[in-house]
Design a protein around this ligand. Structure first.
Ligand code: HEM
Length: 391
């Protein structure tokens, strides 16, 4: 194991290690995790995870947190099943299309360059706070039409919603508090934009006021649930993925030297790092009694589909834990699969590509100087990554 290969990414038994029925279960492609009130199935091989995500008629995404089988919230569109789900995708698609994202490429490059220029003379940085949480957030807030000046507050709310370790009422209360703050903020933003509309504005919040589904205006409740999901996806994911990418490159000199010498390898390196360090761990609820990949499932059972396990399945990807820049096309599912496959994947890939290009053009050699701190849960990420490139 690499010095900096961290606990949450070392295997499929993410948060429930202590509660797994027996060590023997770890050898099986599926086991019962007894975490939470009711427990849940945990599928650990690529084929079962892929199939589960591709079949919403068997596995509903009305619940995507395995320990919350009856959540008091609905994140739209990820917690909406077909056929309603496709209508939401249609509404949202234009903002994240390859063409729309490509049109933002120069702006993304400029933002990355400015940020890196600001810190490069310092010789070191705490990458997560100073860079990873700043760069994608600026891009996302511009797309949404939200004020950059409030970023610290937004990140605080994000942490409450997504980075609560632990179970039970206390953690849930903090999560709900974060959601309430975000929803309250969006409600006042919507009211403001309604009172003072700017018909030429292209940001998502302004445009959302004109959204319709089945010819009817979208209700405020649905709108807020959708903006809430975009908020969670936009502020956290790229920051986490980029932090893992930099941790990998800082601790694997050969890979780093190759992308410095051949920057055209960066998109391929990103795919490999997405496969080996998948940040999103999702879940579904069974719609019926069935035998699924040999597992006796009852209607209403929860199942975790950890993408971290899918990307590291040795039967699909030989030497699965190794980032191999010569691997060729690896069909990873770190952006999910099936109807809910990530809507922001083009945006995420572009942000990471321009960032790594600009960083390595300026800071080709750097190292980790303190043990990084990682969080697990629904979305893995780093809390800190101290990098140094000075003497
Ligand atoms: C590297 C960064 C990212 C990763 C690894 C990632 C991963 C994922 C995954 C795995 C899913 C599917 C979840 C499930 O099936 O339960 C998903 C869905 C989604 N992602 Fe991303 N995501 C990233 C960045 C983004 C960004 C930047 C946005 C834009 C704001 C975004 C927006 C969404 C949306 C809206 C969905 C729900 C799609 C649907 O239900 O149809 N993601 N993402």
């Amino acid at each position: 194991m690499d010095t900096f290969e961290l606990a949450a990414l070392t295997g499929p038994a993410l948060t429930g290690f202590a509660s797994i029925d027996s060590r023997q279960d770890l050898m099986r492609p599926v086991f019962r995790n007894t975490e939470g009130d009711a427990g849940y199935w945990m599928f650990t091989d690529y084929a079962a995870i892929l199939e589960g995500l591709q079949h919403p008629e068997l596995w509903s995404s009305s619940v995507i947190v395995p320990t919350d089988p009856d959540p008091p919230y609905q994140w739209i569109p990820v917690m909406v099943d077909p056929p309603q789900h496709a209508k939401w995708r249609q509404v949202l698609a234009e903002y994240f299309s390859p063409g729309r994202v490509k049109g933002l490429r120069d702006e993304h490059r400029r933002l990355a360059a400015e940020l890196i220029d600001r810190i490069s003379a310092e010789g070191s940085c705490e990458f997560v706070k100073q860079v990873a949480r700043v760069f994608p957030s600026h891009i996302f807030l511009n797309i949404m039409g939200m004020p950059i000046e409030r970023l610290d507050e937004f990140l605080e709310w994000e942490d409450k919603m997504l980075h609560q370790s632990g179970l039970g009422d206390e953690a849930m209360a903090i999560r709900l508090e974060g959601m309430t703050q975000v929803v309250g903020y969006f409600q006042s933003l919507i009211d403001q934009r309604r009172a003072d509309p700017s018909p030429d504005a292209h940001d998502i919040v302004s445009a959302a006021l004109r959204w319709t589904i089945d010819g009817e205006p979208v209700s405020d409740g649905d709108l807020l649930n959708c903006l809430l999901l975009l908020f969670m996806a936009g502020l956290d994911t790229v920051a986490s993925q980029l932090s893992y990418a930099m941790l990998h490159l800082a601790t694997h000199d050969e890979d780093r030297a190759r992308i410095v010498a051949e920057p055209e390898l960066i998109p391929r390196a990103i795919e490999e790092m997405l496969r080996v360090y998948p940040i999103v761990q999702t879940a579904r609820k069974a719609t019926q009694d069935m035998e699924f990949h040999g597992c006796p499932v009852k209607a209403g059972d929860m199942a975790s589909f950890p993408l971290a396990a899918a990307g590291r399945d040795e039967t699909v990807f030989p030497r699965a834990r190794e980032v191999d820049l010569d691997r060729g096309v690896a069909r990873h599912i770190s952006f999910g699969a099936g109807p809910h496959r990530c809507l922001g994947s083009h945006l995420a890939r572009q942000e990471m590509t321009v960032f790594l290009e600009e960083w390595h053009a300026r800071i080709p050699a750097y190292r980790v100087t303190e043990t990084p701190v990682e969080h697990a849960g629904q979305v893995f990420g780093l809390d800190s990554l101290q990098l140094s490139w000075g003497n």
